[in-house]
Design a protein around this ligand. Structure first.
Ligand SMILES: Cc1cc2nc3c(=O)[nH]c(=O)nc-3n(C[C@H](O)[C@H](O)[C@H](O)COP(=O)(O)OP(=O)(O)OC[C@H]3O[C@@H](n4cnc5c(N)ncnc54)[C@H](O)[C@@H]3O)c2cc1C
Length: 435
């Protein structure tokens, strides 16, 4: 083996300043590796190299009548534990609202089950996406990590001894390795494998809203997931009577975020009212109480086939670029944080090619297991997988689901297959050496 291939990593280019990117940069920093984050979006919120922020079909940016807060998400206990490993769990605690349990309801309003993760773990937190991005970027910057905005990666050259990245503003950057944390529509993924599968439309459009004041009592930390007759609806009512809600609306024709936005928030609210007209949950009241300017059109749901490889030469993928999960899994951001920390551990202890192999074998089994649990299939049994399917349950399936789910969750329950402890109780031993 030459000295070049056995040399440890000293510098890294991290492409993407969403969740995986800043977490990876902080973990690399902790591992003694100099990392710089390059984010396509500039300070104005528009991505470099495109004309607007709404041109893609990715559901992650979110658009509304006013500024685009990008929707909300839950950070699971395992994601917070990954952040704890790099002393960054406070970032989520500071901006997140606690979600103490998940309540499952039928469209009739019938209570089906309530699931809570084991008590010894950090409480799941609800966060707004842009607040999380900003807080992680601020934390990384406060640790001395350069965070360059308005830098859209166009391509990269692996010289064998390092990587040179080229950005849409014509600038170049060099380092020992390049980490693709650039999300579902990753450029780095295509550089690693030009024949890689593209994300495909999963048959649903997603919406999120914040209602300032409702007449509905607080759900006391419980996030309710309602299997509506025509669409899945989730909501939580806070102590101050404000509410957040989200919808997965089945929509046969693929639609980009730009097309969905062009329909207009007022028209979507009308269609959502129609979708929930028969439901005896909080959905009709909450949709009716939502002003068009408070509706976020978070876009189409998209899924990816598993990739054959997460790395090539001196480039590797983390987060959605490597392993996108359905939005309703509640695990995409947390798995992104875990992968970022594990990759940094591997690069700390091994030269790049061995580090990338070790990283993938550490991460694949866990990611695949969670994907299996949360991806919609005809035989899916988990609560999350049932919300990821665009086809609403028919009359017979509804009866069966409402009869079986309470039993299944009692058997699997908080410690078993449905809201499984194994998903949440995952710790990364930072100090353990990777061989
Ligand atoms: C509607 C919806 C709801 C969701 N809800 C949840 C939830 O409740 N819980 C959960 O855990 N997960 C949820 N997810 C999934 C979660 O959002 C993703 O798993 C998570 O954002 C992945 O983080 P990431 O850093 O890999 O990618 P992203 O967050 O997508 O960040 C990628 C970053 O890379 C930048 N970028 C892209 N291309 C380039 C380029 N060429 N050059 C430079 N920068 C680039 C982007 O601008 C972006 O900032 C949801 C997803 C959706 C769509």
């Amino acid at each position: 083996m030459t000295a070049r291939t056995t040399a440890r990593t000293r510098t890294a280019l991290v492409i993407g300043g969403g969740i995986a990117g800043p977490v990876a940069a902080m973990a690399l920093h902790k591992a003694g590796i100099e990392a710089t984050v390059y984010e396509a979006y500039g300070a104005t919120g528009n991505p470099a190299g495109t004309s607007t922020g709404t041109s893609g079909t990715s559901g992650t940016s979110g658009t509304s009548g006013k500024s685009a807060p990008g929707g909300g998400m839950t950070i699971a206990p395992n994601g917070q534990q990954a952040l704890e490993t790099i002393d960054a769990a406070e970032v989520v605690r500071a901006i997140g609202t606690p979600v103490t349990a998940l309540g499952l309801r039928s469209w009739t309003g019938r209570h089906l089950a309530q699931l809570a993760p084991p008590e010894h773990l950090p409480t799941t937190r609800f966060v707004w996406r842009t607040e999380l991005h900003e807080a992680l970027a601020a934390e990384a910057t406060s640790r001395g990590i350069p965070f360059q905005r308005g830098k859209r990666l166009l391509d990269a050259t692996d010289t064998g001894a390092g990587v040179t990245a080229r950005f849409s503003d014509g600038s170049l950057a060099k380092a020992d390795v390049l980490i693709g944390a650039d999300g579902l529509r990753s450029t780095v993924r295509t550089l690693i494998d030009p024949s890689t599968p593209k994300p495909h439309y999963a048959g649903m459009l997603t919406f999120t809203a914040r209602v300032q004041k409702t007449e509905i009592p607080s759900t006391e930390g419980v996030l309710y997931m309602c299997y509506g007759k025509r669409a899945y609806f989730s909501y939580q009512i806070m102590e101050d009577a404000s509410a957040v809600w989200s919808v997965n609306l089945p929509h046969r024709e693929p639609m980009t975020s730009t097309e969905a936005h062009a329909v207009g928030a007022g028209e979507w609210l009308k269609r959502l009212r129609e979708a929930f007209t028969d439901d005896r949950t909080a959905a009709p009241d909450l949709v009716a109480a939502t002003a068009p300017e408070d509706l976020l059109i978070t876009g189409p749901t998209e899924t990816m086939l598993p990739l054959t490889t997460w790395s090539r030469g001196r480039m590797a993928l983390i987060g959605d670029a490597a392993h996108a999960t359905p939005p309703t899994s509640g695990q995409g951001a947390s798995l992104a944080a875990e992968s970022a920390v594990q990759l940094a551990r591997c690069l700390r202890d091994l030269p790049p090619s061995r580090a990338f192999k070790a990283y993938e074998s550490l991460r694949r089994p866990r990611v695949d297991r969670i994907l299996k649990l949360t991806t919609a299939t005809p035989t899916a049994t988990s609560a999350a997988a049932r919300t990821a399917t665009p086809k609403p349950a028919g009359p017979l399936s509804r009866v069966l689901r409402d009869a079986l789910l309470p039993v299944a969750t009692k058997v699997g329950g908080a410690g078993g297959a449905v809201w499984g402890a194994w998903q949440f109780d995952h710790r990364i031993d930072w100090d353990e050496r990777v061989e």
